[in-house]
Design a protein around this ligand. Structure first.
Ligand SMILES: Cc1ncc(COP(=O)(O)O)c(C=O)c1O
Length: 390
């Protein structure tokens, strides 16, 4: 995959020595800018916009999110708890499958609970009835698989052959929608408007009259709405058209778009040597701190990468031979102690960190690129590693 990072933005003038290494540094001005774009789309289309916590759940910014969006969406009980503890507005929870012991609390916390199959919804009918008898108010959704691949990478394609994500629309029967208030589709990944338009064009006729019985349609995430070249006017027009034609409330649940180009991961060169070219080991680990670099895979953009000079292979301190970040050009050989930073790391990297090999977790810092105020939100220590293990 290619990085979609637009460039350093205000981070071009951030002094990397101001934070401990490694650290995520999030620019709240950039997050606010993204939120304002999403709010504008919501306001002008009539859609409700929820932050997908799975992508970005730095709850130090929960109040800011609440100032702009209608709420958040969770992937299960723990994100739902986080949502209710820190965020405001609506809460939608969707998981590919729920555990019975979590169901009562999920129904209590959520405004909407979305099931992945009619069979699982049916299996929880007693829990749903009990929760309602106890006064809980929530709506029920069903995630559909439109069976129409639009994703460029199979790993990120919920419509891939044999997909477990969403109930195949070709199997949907009218009785599957009994007790269902709305439908959910999530099929995109870092995509423009056109794939969404094609998906809806394919799906709308298949759903036919069923749409008239529903209250809402959730178009999931994967929309790169805050990227400068995203076709926002087309999205607004499509949402307005869906609402008008079918009387549906439309939801969007972007994650990445909220934190796009809003954070960097700062690290340090620990050692250098030659092996068929210059090699440097950093205190940033691809596998521990930016796992998508290996999983996607992609090459994260480096802040201030030189146009020419020496090309150095950067890799992390873990034992994994493949813990390689990529090959980067430096004006001259970087010396141990030199600071580096990778762009666009606020979404998905922060939520996926781990302590494999006892590699320390990056600290989290909040920067305001307008006032230059910097706050170290959280630092991790040995106990964070130890306490996960026994
Ligand atoms: C169901 C669902 N909704 C929303 C999202 C957020 O997607 P993105 O961060 O790409 O906007 C995801 C991401 O995988 C998802 O699975």
């Amino acid at each position: 995959m290619e990085t979609k990072a637009a460039g350093p933005g205000a981070f071009a003038r951030f002094d990397l020595s101001r934070v401990p290494s490694p650290s995520f540094v999030v620019d709240e001005v950039a997050v606010r800018r993204n939120l304002a774009v999403l709010k504008d789309v919501g306001d002008r289309s009539g859609a409700k916009v929820l932050l997908a916590l799975k992508a970005f759940s730095m709850w130090a910014l929960a109040d800011l999110v609440g100032d702009y969006l209608d709420g958040v969406c969770a992937s299960g009980l723990w994100e739902a708890r986080l949502a209710r503890e820190h965020y405001t507005g609506e809460l939608t929870t969707y998981s590919p499958a729920y555990r019975r012991e979590d169901m009562a609390e999920i129904l209590r916390l959520s405004d909407t609970v979305i099931f992945n199959s009619p069979a699982q919804l049916a299996r929880f009918k007693d829990e749903i009835a009990t929760a309602r008898e106890q006064g809980e108010v929530f709506e029920i959704g069903l995630r559909l698989n439109p069976e129409q691949s639009e994703s460029e990478v199979e790993k990120y394609d919920p419509c891939q052959k044999g997909s477990r994500l969403g109930f195949p629309v070709s199997q949907l029967r009218p009785e599957d929608l009994e007790g269902v208030d709305g439908l959910h589709i999530h099929v995109l990944c870092e995509q423009d408007f056109e794939p969404l338009r094609r998906i809806w064009q394919g799906l709308e006729p298949k759903l036919g009259d069923a749409l008239a019985e529903l209250k809402w349609l959730n178009l999931g995430g994967g929309h790169h709405i805050t990227r400068a070249d995203y076709q926002r006017e087309d999205l607004i027009a499509l949402i307005a058209q869906i609402s008008e034609r079918h009387g549906l409330e439309v939801y969007l649940e972007p994650g990445e778009a909220i934190a796009l180009d809003a954070g960097i991961l700062v690290g340090e060169i620990l050692d250098t040597f030659e092996n068929s070219g210059p090699v440097a080991i950093t205190d940033i680990s691809a596998t521990c701190h930016m796992p998508d670099v290996i999983e996607a895979p992609y090459r994260p953009a480096m802040l201030n990468e030189a146009l020419e000079g020496v090309t150095v292979r950067l890799g992390g301190p873990s034992c994994l031979a493949g813990d390689v970040i990529g090959d980067y050009v430096f004006a001259g050989p970087p010396a141990p102690g030199a600071r580096i930073a990778f762009l666009d790391q606020a979404h998905y990297s922060m939520v996926k960190t781990n302590t494999f090999n006892g590699v320390p977790l990056p600290a989290i810092a909040l920067w305001n690129s307008e006032t230059d105020a910097l706050r170290l939100v959280r630092q991790f220590d040995y106990s964070d590693f130890r306490d996960r293990l026994s």
